[in-house]
Design a protein around this ligand. Structure first.
Ligand code: PAF
Length: 300
């Protein structure tokens, strides 16, 4: 039998190169050109210190849009606590590597002066969605989020923008801001990504000591236990159960646990009050000095 001669196989792959952009003018120029080509644009706003949660938003954006823009900007106007702003993790080099590996087309990494050449004095009428929970605990926080996200929306004019459900209330606030400002952008809410032990991924997790990191997953464990309670107990009883069970764990301190309607963010006193049909229990818990947030969905 004649030996078969195999022809060498040359595989050519075109590796897309990510462009890092630092000015608004350049950002507008590249996205306008892509839009003129008829391509759809997805925006993933972040404050950097990227983790698998962010990467899941990017993956979804890549699946649904032709061009993906990710912004990395620690927005000072949304920090009501100066220490939180100072200690917020900044890992720009690692972020760029992760974004490039994730197939992002444009990373927008501006300076504070580029975004705020002058102070942003806009006050958004965000209404009841922004008045409770984070809105009550962090005065000015949601107005700052509305300032930066509205700027990003107007620079990029994306077809879709992607946000994680860990910041559940933030999504309701951004939808309200988009409605107020007349942005025709699909706001896509993406599920929380968790560590194998259940802790919701967050850029702030890196600030946990090994001891704090070991107890932090208890927040999720108690929230999951509350699902069973919700079958037979009142809203107030479930709120009390979660608060007491988390506070009973040394090192954890509940700031609030409130069960709200999934759309209006208004606290419910009876399960049937959730007009959307879905109630969400939102928890903010201090683990040492680190403020962790998480939530769980009840379908009464
Ligand atoms: O969720 C965040 O990381 C920030 O609040 C956001 C939406 C990027 C605005 O700075």
């Amino acid at each position: 039998m004649r030996a078969m001669r195999l022809r060498p196989l040359y595989v050519t792959t075109s590796i897309p190169i990510m462009e890092v952009i630092s000015t608004v003018a350049e950002l507008r120029k590249v996205v306008d050109a892509k839009r003129a080509e008829g391509l759809s644009i997805g925006l993933v706003p972040t404050m950097g210190a990227l983790h698998a949660g962010h990467l899941s938003l990017i993956e979804r954006a890549r699946a649904e849009c032709d061009v993906v823009v990710v912004s990395v900007f620690v927005n000072p106007t949304q920090f009501n606590n100066p220490d939180d702003l100072l200690t917020y993790p900044r890992t720009v080099e690692a972020d760029c590597q992760a974004l490039s590996a994730a197939g992002v087309d444009y990373a927008f990494i501006p300076s504070v002066e580029e975004i705020y050449p002058e102070p942003d004095t806009r006050r958004f009428d965000l209404g009841p969605v922004a008045e409770v929970m984070e809105g009550a605990m962090r005065p000015g926080h949601f107005n700052g989020v509305a300032q930066i996200v509205s700027k990003l929306f107007s620079f990029v004019s994306p077809d879709r923008a992607y946000f994680g459900e860990k910041d559940y209330q933030q999504i309701a606030v951004i939808r309200r801001m988009a409605e107020l400002e007349g942005f025709d952008i699909d706001i896509i809410a993406c599920p929380i990504i968790r560590e194998p032990d259940g802790l919701a991924m967050s850029s702030r997790n890196v600030r946990l000591t090994p001891e704090q990191r070991a107890i932090a997953p208890s927040i999720r464990r108690v929230l999951v236990q509350s699902l069973e309670q919700a079958r037979s107990r009142t809203v107030a009883e479930v709120e009390q159960f979660v608060t007491d069970a988390i506070n009973a764990i040394p090192g954890l301190d509940v700031e609030y646990f409130t069960i709200v309607d999934s759309l209006t963010m208004q606290p419910v006193s009876d399960w049937s009050d959730a007009a959307s049909g879905i109630a969400v229990g939102c928890a903010t818990v201090y683990c040492g000095p680190v403020r962790l947030i998480d939530n769980i969905t009840y379908r009464p």
